[in-house]
Write a protein that binds this ligand. Sequence first.
Ligand SMILES: *[C@@H]1O[C@H](CO)[C@@H](O)[C@H](O)[C@H]1NC(C)=O
Ligand SMILES: *[C@@H]1O[C@H](CO)[C@@H](O)[C@H](O)[C@H]1NC(C)=O
Ligand SMILES: *[C@@H]1O[C@H](CO)[C@@H](O)[C@H](O)[C@H]1NC(C)=O
Ligand SMILES: *[C@@H]1O[C@H](CO)[C@@H](O)[C@H](O)[C@H]1NC(C)=O
Ligand SMILES: *[C@@H]1O[C@H](CO)[C@@H](O)[C@H](O)[C@H]1NC(C)=O
Ligand SMILES: *[C@@H]1O[C@H](CO)[C@@H](O)[C@H](O)[C@H]1NC(C)=O
Ligand SMILES: *[C@@H]1O[C@H](CO)[C@@H](O)[C@H](O)[C@H]1NC(C)=O
Ligand SMILES: *[C@@H]1O[C@H](CO)[C@@H](O)[C@H](O)[C@H]1NC(C)=O
Ligand SMILES: *[C@@H]1O[C@H](CO)[C@@H](O)[C@H](O)[C@H]1NC(C)=O
Ligand SMILES: *[C@@H]1O[C@H](CO)[C@@H](O)[C@H](O)[C@H]1NC(C)=O
Length: 417
Amino acid sequence: MEANKFKLSLKFVLFFILLLFSLLSTTVIAADDDSAAMAMLMETIVPTPSNWSKNSSYCQWPGVICYSNSTRVKGIFLKSNNLTFLPPKFPSLPNLDTLDLSVNSLSGSLPSLANLISLRDLYLERNNFNNIPQSFFTELATSLQVLTLSDNPFPSWTIPTQLTRFPSFKVFFSDRANLRGQIPEIFHSFPLETLSLAQNNLFGPLPNSFRNSTIQKISLHSQMLSADFDSNNFCTNTGNSCDPQVTSLLEIAADLGYPVELSDAWTGKDACRNWRFVKCDSNNSIIISIDFRMQHFGGTISPAFANLSALNYIYLNANNLTGPIPDSLTRLPQLKLLDVSNNNLSGNIPQFNPSVTLNISGNPLLLTGKHGRRSFIKVIVIIAAILGTITILTCAFLLRKHVLPKQGMVENQLFKD
Ligand SMILES: *[C@@H]1O[C@H](CO)[C@@H](O)[C@H](O)[C@H]1NC(C)=O
Ligand SMILES: *[C@@H]1O[C@H](CO)[C@@H](O)[C@H](O)[C@H]1NC(C)=O
Ligand SMILES: *[C@@H]1O[C@H](CO)[C@@H](O)[C@H](O)[C@H]1NC(C)=O
Ligand SMILES: *[C@@H]1O[C@H](CO)[C@@H](O)[C@H](O)[C@H]1NC(C)=O
Ligand SMILES: *[C@@H]1O[C@H](CO)[C@@H](O)[C@H](O)[C@H]1NC(C)=O
Ligand SMILES: *[C@@H]1O[C@H](CO)[C@@H](O)[C@H](O)[C@H]1NC(C)=O
Ligand SMILES: *[C@@H]1O[C@H](CO)[C@@H](O)[C@H](O)[C@H]1NC(C)=O
Ligand SMILES: *[C@@H]1O[C@H](CO)[C@@H](O)[C@H](O)[C@H]1NC(C)=O
Ligand SMILES: *[C@@H]1O[C@H](CO)[C@@H](O)[C@H](O)[C@H]1NC(C)=O
Ligand SMILES: *[C@@H]1O[C@H](CO)[C@@H](O)[C@H](O)[C@H]1NC(C)=O
């Protein structure tokens, strides 16, 4: 009996040891293997990339590269796979250094990649992503070196200063991605080699940090940057400062919605160096005339015209401008002519000095002096009509009061009788 009991408990102990061992070994295997994460990806990505199946090891799936000495995934390359859906949060692939999802039809928010703790090269260009979550840049691994976001219909966004989190950041492509605003002073924080931000809505001076940066290739064309790369004659925030006239012209262009005609025509830091649409004085230093006539420009007239204080002539006629004529234009001391004819301006006309020739014809919504007087007369007529009605009603009421007692008198007289 005693011996039997002992044998039984020994069996139990052995069983538990085995159980523990097997549990341990499975967790060890699971922790040393990307199969769970890759199975999750295979089931979530739409459409399933061709030949990704349970029948073969994920290291053999097309577009998946594993390290030669382990079953860890090193890279996932799914460029041009007609992908339409990704997991919103990528599963943990702790050794993945390259993720290429470019040239697909992915839309919505950029995915959360916080679990890719070794990510170095990330390619997301040419998709339909239309949202950048606040956390996207703060979640990315600090090992990031390459990021491509070009050709995605993002809502208007600015260059994120969180890029400074990546001490090895080398390559940034974000062409035609609806970036706006100024380029921030962050490019001394990392060893950037390639920066491509063409055809966005960036404007203003280039950051100082470009001067001593490690950038070798740069593309910033087709926007309102006051830079001149050919001569390395950067106009920067401090020191080699931008001509204030250029800053004013950029403000004017901003209110016109940065038309491409202007971004193509206005490069460099000197507005008097043959900039189209602009005429300068004989010393070639002060802008005296701006001629935007017949350019199909939309947008509004910028109050910043007033900062170009030597302006004599402003031609804005035959465009598609809306909004008011800014009051500030009346403060241009040397203005001789302002032609805004044939646009779609509205509002009141500010009081210009009589020496200014003003052409406002062809703006049906503009409240001209005449229209203003006409509506003033209208108001007077209406007030007069109301006053008249009140007078008549009051008279009628009083008359009735006068008539009634007379009737009463008649009645009384009748009673008397
Ligand atoms: C998928 O596998 C089939 C059969 O093995 C092969 O013919 C085909 O080329 C593979 N497709 C891709 C994209 O690798
Ligand atoms: C996987 O294997 C099963 C059975 O062997 C087969 O029916 C199926 O078509 C295979 N799937 C792929 C994607 O090769
Ligand atoms: C596997 O190879 C990589 C380089 O390819 C190396 O960094 C890593 O230490 C190796 N791992 C093992 C377990 O040998
Ligand atoms: C993507 O779709 C196009 C057009 O439908 C097709 O020609 C192409 O083969 C597809 N590519 C892949 C990798 O499935
Ligand atoms: C660039 O200049 C700034 C100050 O002008 C300095 O802080 C930074 O270290 C410089 N970077 C390089 C790479 O020389
Ligand atoms: C232009 O003038 C406005 C005020 O009228 C001022 O706020 C703005 O900073 C000026 N811009 C420049 C470039 O001087
Ligand atoms: C040209 O510049 C000189 C010196 O800077 C100045 O004396 C002169 O008045 C300027 N001429 C014009 C037409 O502004
Ligand atoms: C003027 O702007 C309106 C509204 O933005 C647009 O519908 C119209 O086509 C434009 N007209 C011209 C001549 O550009
Ligand atoms: C002028 O603007 C008004 C309202 O802003 C718009 O309804 C109208 O279509 C515009 N006219 C033209 C010719 O663009
Ligand atoms: C005002 O502009 C219209 C259209 O451009 C033009 O026909 C007219 O002659 C101009 N009037 C004056 C006084 O310049």
